[in-house]
Design a binder for this molecule. Sequence first.
Ligand code: PEP
Ligand code: CO
Length: 448
Amino acid sequence: MKKQPEWDKDSWKKKQVNQQPEYRDQDTYNQILSDLSQRPPLVFPGEVEKLKTQLALAQEGKSFILQGGDCVERFQDCNAPSITNKMKILLQMSVVLTHALREPVIRIGRMAGQYFKPRSRDYEEDKDIMTFRGDSINSFERDRKSRLPDPRRLLQGFNNSGITLNYIRAMIDGGFADLHHPYTWNLYGIEKTEKWDDYREIVERILDAIHFMESFGGLQAEKLGRIEFYVSHEGLHLDYETSLTRKNGETGKYYNLGAHMLWIGDRTRDLNGAHIEYFRGISNPVGVKIGPSTKPGELIELLKILNPSNEPGRLTLITRLGRDRVDAVLPGLIRAQQQSGIGVIWSCDPMHGNTQVTGKNIKTRSFEDILAELKSSFLVHRREGSFLSAVHFELTGEDVTECTGGAIELKDDDLAKNYQTFCDPRLNYIQSMEMAFLISKLLKNPDN
Ligand code: PEP
Ligand code: CO
């Protein structure tokens, strides 16, 4: 294999770097980056390596990964109820999947740092207002001044990430994930619908299993083995990510200690770009979003650059093709990966290729499109002698109205009722649970 050029934390600066904000006050910006680089990190290398070991199991088909959370976290949601609800929905979905698979499910939140967004335009239609790029960069408030990138937001984002992760850890240590806690399911939204008959049996079986285990004197999560929860975000803002990148004194390896896992977005995955350069040198597990424009030859190069030593658990390819493009595009990508001889975890993000805008100019996604992309992906992998071992969702534990459809039959006209997202539309609590039921059926039989 071709020898890779030298890497250091800053070698990306010699490459073309896209999607970065420009700060007017460079002195404050530099001071903040320097402050961030002195802060204690949010995660520890041992945890990052542990996640990689678990992802390696998924790569062998021995476990499954559920990654999910907001499209973009909001500073205003750095509070207990919002974090609790996100943990709850991810835990509940993972219980449904574990029950179907009879194997461990690794939970990775899009949480504790998902404060940066790539955008297709720098400015809104009214020219002098910049687009919103995530709370760590500018404010959602739509006026010229609020939208200017403010370096102090980087520090606020880092602090909010720390607070969020601290609360996640406290909840887990304090028993939130014990059997009886997050399993109070609020399914009355579906119970009244026609689809309920399809799900009732799954729900009853799982709840029976939980009650059965609880009847042995209230089994605690610790006794079943501590639950694990990891955090991830898109590694977009490279100065920020560099400031959280640390060298491990013992091994000499570099880790981004601002998250367990990071992913590269579809807009920043160009082979010669700065993002790929930065990511090739860190030892974290890395995800790459794979959009429909990805060419098989390009994918092979990407695999060689990001995982030259073919390390298990290192690389997750997250396809986000759109329901109608899976059949045409995915087989070529799977074959390219097989041909490369480099192992990966295949994940499906059925959200980002299925975004639509309604007649009233509201961004939405339909439950049926999301499910259709998942289903086609399961089928194509099976046909190609490969397998999907991860799913990636934009979801929330709240009762928002952002995606249409599902058993609750949300319509375009319902979207305005509780449309909260600062960026892309998310599945709400009940739609997420229903999705977990349907994935558990697909996992058993993708022809269903
Ligand atoms: C995202 O995950 O929110 C995102 C922007 O995805 P993509 O890079 O796949 O467009
Ligand atoms: Co998104």
